[in-house]
Design a protein around this ligand. Structure first.
Ligand code: ADP
Length: 640
């Protein structure tokens, strides 16, 4: 493949598509049958982005728009030639940009799209734009596509042509004004897209809110009587006004859904919308959306973020200064009347105006989530599934919104009644329960069988299941809710209330088991911090508990998987004095403190405790061998 160069070549040059682009095109052409009409929306969206970019650049380079060409999109069909043309007067592309953007540089979303499409039942064209590969949707309707483009500020134009069979061609071309023409050679079986009424219908349905005029070439009768004749004229078919500036009640749900798709390319529609105007010292309007599901390609989808406009002029995509990172799931538009038009990413960082806007935006999003949680719990559960983890980062990293965020937290629990809030948890705490208990591990299934919760559930206490790594940080920073401390059932300092009798029993057991616990300590050596008897367990013989200031096993595993250095932490081994196995070990110890079988079994029990807390065992082979030996003995005993 020839290297792209900056000097224009006179003759056509042929380039090979990047391998993943070829696969993507193959899929678009051969496997996507439904929603073929999305190509128009995607191409209009690209045209609108190109106009935004030109208008933005013209703020600092006024020469770019000095020829006075109107900022608009024109669409026309030529039935005789079998083509549809979309033309914009936007920023255009240089020769190098044509080569890179439309074929040789794979967008990060290309692979994501291919993978999603491979999953059965997901071959849906409407998903294509989400992955930042919307241009290729042109091949849903066309077998050959030409793109003629002249970059703003340049007097040279280039033509990109491809029939999507592995390569594309780029050559010099003639074009009077800056901008881009996309010419679609419509497939034989998609001829309906050449019909004027079809195009008009698609534009009004999908692109009504685009803030530039979309002019469709239409046949109009001009003159009267014998002079009357049909003429082709371009007429705007959309309203071309910023949707967020329209009065709230004038915007239909369909318009919201389409505007959201225009912004995010997410085919599913938003979960909820937040539309407000703030007047006073700072005047701004925001139209924000919360998506229904987490983005499939985090990186690409994040690029969409919240768009910043100043007095209706597009300034930038994904304006991170307007939202804290833990609200990065929010999409939409903020349009400020007070920021200067020449604002840059650097000046945004220390702008008092931006800080005020951000404060209001965070407040409104939290208000909307509160309302959703109270009024529409099912919708909130959908939100929580998609973005709960992101929201929890707010608790772990910032103090400011702690109270509000803590009310939004949801967990599953030993009650098995779906998601529970901390408020609900506290409201149904039985008398005598002084703390909010939780266990922390990989899955609800593993946690529900955890030895650590035995004594709690026996007392009728509910235990929350925490399964996101972020939960450890979030609970550490929250510490308490409604004056009740949050306590991990896996921590060494779990103090359960005990009656006088229970206290007496425990003290007696401590004395009775001193010898055995000391011996276990010797056997396990520096693999553990301490050994002691416990009243935490009922059905299990032993468990490992976490010392103050150390991470839970699950978090350690996650950190290790991510290549983070985790200091080796030691657990305390707790033994259950009422378990028959522990009692037998005690007797064995008293008969022969140096018994090799005692050593073997203690090590086996320690491995077992490691597994139940979610850790890896040091020597799985030795563990398996010991298990086999024990089972063999048990099996031969069983058949005697
Ligand atoms: P996306 O728009 O999500 O980045 P596309 O595949 O639709 O992905 O387009 C790829 C790139 O090609 C765009 O990012 C843009 O730089 C360029 N492009 C596409 N259409 C146009 C256009 N009409 N004018 C200028 N540039 C365009």
């Amino acid at each position: 493949m020839p290297e792209p160069t900056t000097t224009p070549a006179a003759a056509p040059e042929t380039f090979t598509f990047q391998a993943e682009v070829t696969q993507l095109l193959d899929l678009v052409i051969n496997s996507l049958y439904s929603h073929k009409e999305v190509f128009l929306r995607e191409l209009v969206s690209n045209a609108s982005d190109a106009l935004d970019k030109l208008r933005f650049r013209a703020l600092t380079e006024p020469d770019l728009t000095k020829d006075g060409a109107p900022l608009e999109i024109r669409i026309s069909a030529d039935k005789a030639a079998g083509t549809v043309m979309l033309e914009d007067t936007g920023v255009g592309m240089t020769r190098d940009e044509l080569v890179k953007n439309l074929g040789t540089i794979a967008h990060s979303g290309t692979r994501g799209f291919l993978e999603t499409m491979k999953q059965a039942g997901k071959a849906d064209a409407s998903l294509i734009g989400q992955f930042g590969v919307g241009f290729y949707s042109a091949y849903l309707a066309a077998d050959t596509v030409e793109v003629v483009s002249r970059a703003a500020g340049s007097d040279q134009a280039f033509r990109w042509t491809s029939d999507a069979k592995g390569s594309f061609k780029v050559e010099p071309a003639e074009k009077a004004e800056c901008g881009t023409q996309v010419i679609l050679h419509i497939k034989e079986e998609q001829k309906q897209f050449l019909e004027e009424w079809q195009l008009r219908d698609l534009i009004t349905r999908y692109s009504d809110f685009v803030s530039y005029p979309i002019k469709l070439q239409q046949t109009k009768k001009v003159g009267t009587g014998a002079d009357a004749k049909n003429e082709l004229v371009f007429e705007a078919v959309n309203r071309a006004s910023a949707l967020w500036q329209r009065p709230k009640n004038d915007i239909t749900e369909e318009q919201h859904a389409e505007f959201y798709k225009h912004l995010t390319h997410d085919g599913d529609g938003p979960l909820t919308k937040i539309h407000f105007t703030v007047e006073g010292n700072q005047v701004f309007t925001a139209l924000l959306y919360i998506p229904t599901h987490a983005p499939m390609v985090e990186m690409d989808a994040d690029r969409r973020g919240v768009r910043l406009f100043v007095k209706r002029v597009f300034i930038m995509d994904d304006c991170r200064e307007l939202l804290p990172p833990w609200m990065r799931f929010v999409r939409g538009v903020v349009d400020s009347d007070d920021l200067p038009l020449n604002v840059s990413r650097e000046t945004l960082q220390d702008s008092a105006v931006v800080r005020t806007i951000k404060k209001q935006v965070v407040k409104k999003v939290l208000d909307a989530l509160d309302e959703m949680a109270k009024e529409r719990p099912e919708e909130f559960a959908t939100f929580w599934k998609a973005f709960g983890v992101t929201l929890k980062e707010g608790l772990a990293t910032e103090w400011e919104h702690r109270d509000r965020l803590s009310k939004l937290l949801r967990y599953t629990s030993t009650k098995g009644e779906g998601l529970v809030s901390l408020e609900q948890y506290v409201a149904r705490m039985p008398e005598g329960q002084g703390a909010i208990y939780y266990v922390f591990g990989e899955s609800e299934k593993a946690l529900s069988a955890s030895p650590h919760i035995e004594a709690l559930t026996k007392r009728g206490y509910e235990v929350l299941f925490m399964t996101d790594p972020i939960d450890e940080w979030a609970t550490d920073s929250l510490r308490e809710f409604d004056k009740k401390p949050l306590v991990s059932a896996m921590r060494a300092d779990l103090k359960l209330s005990e009656s006088d009798d229970q206290k007496k029993d425990r003290e007696a057991n401590e004395g009775k088991f001193t010898g055995l616990t000391k011996r276990i300590g010797e056997i396990l050596g520096d693999q553990i911090a301490d050994v002691r008897v416990t009243d935490r367990l009922t059905d299990s013989p032993v468990c490992l508990v976490v010392q103050e200031g150390e991470h839970h096993a699950f978090l350690e595993q996650v950190l290790k998987t991510h290549g983070r250095a985790v200091p080796a932490s030691k657990r305390t081994l707790e033994v259950n004095p009422s378990h028959p196995l522990v009692e037998s070990l005690r007797k064995l110890y008293e008969r022969d403190p140096e018994s090799t079988r005692l050593t073997e079994w203690v090590e086996l029990l320690h491995d077992q405790a490691l597994l139940t807390e979610g850790s890896k065992i040091a020597d799985p082979n030795r563990f398996a061998k010991r298990m086999t030996e024990l089972l063999s003995q048990a099996a031969s005993a069983a058949i005697v």
